[in-house]
Design a protein around this ligand. Sequence first.
Ligand code: PDD
Length: 283
Amino acid sequence: MSELAYVNGTFCDPADATVSINDRGFQYADSVYEVIVAIGSEPFRMTEHLERMRRGLEAIGLDLEPHGIDLERIIREGIERAGFDRTMVYLQVTRGVQPRAHVYQDGLVPTIVATFRPKPVVDAGVRARGVSIMTIDDTRRTECKIKATSLLPNVLAVSQARRDGYHDAVFVSPSGEVREASSSNVFAVRGGGLVTPVRDASILHGITRQYILECAERMDLPLIEGTLTVPDLESADEVFLSSSVIDILAVTKVNDKTIGTGKPGPLTARLYKTFLKGLPGSA
Ligand code: PDD
């Protein structure tokens, strides 16, 4: 078991994995990515992740078809070779290598990069206590539903949150609507039901978000995909974040407002139980 990388057809040690300085991924973030978690040898919701990547590739006009690249095979082989119990697969497809010019040439060979690392474990104390978030103006690009690698605003937002004593930051539109956190989606619990921002272009359509909505439906919880303002979030009974890496993570503070009792709430806990039960390999 050791961390593993993949670059254009070759599996190798991550320390030996390199791409060209002329790669458009490096120079322009002209690329898309996915983060997929595998439980044992089974990637969770891989079809959905690859479908989202396919939509992103289509949106940026990058066609893998002529290159005969089998992303599923790369993912499965990497997981097997790495041999972790829980693997975090990072997969990035860039438009390829070309001397720097904003306009891309036709016929470039896409660069395929992947890493296979253990899924980070959220510290048990952090999970039990919950985390704090601050709201921040959304200065990101408009097409956030594309899982593009141009993540500078996200990097700056979470770094500022950490400096200001919060765990994460949640982007808010100019009209005051909550969108998503730096690398996760946001849910509020209000009146016994779930409220989460609508699935439009301003958020990433999280695979975990969708899975949580399915879990909530099974539990007969009222669901609203709609507007969530900052005051709605600050006055919610419970708040949580979701992603492939953190699953469901309770939020106990939004800006200077304590959420509920200041501890992860009961509905979040029930939902997380249903969430875990639905994962491959759980009885
Ligand atoms: N990010 N919103 C943003 C901006 C994200 O970057 C992510 C995931 C999500 C949740 O998506 P999913 O449920 O499909 O993981 C929402 C990954 C984990 C990352 O960049 O590391």
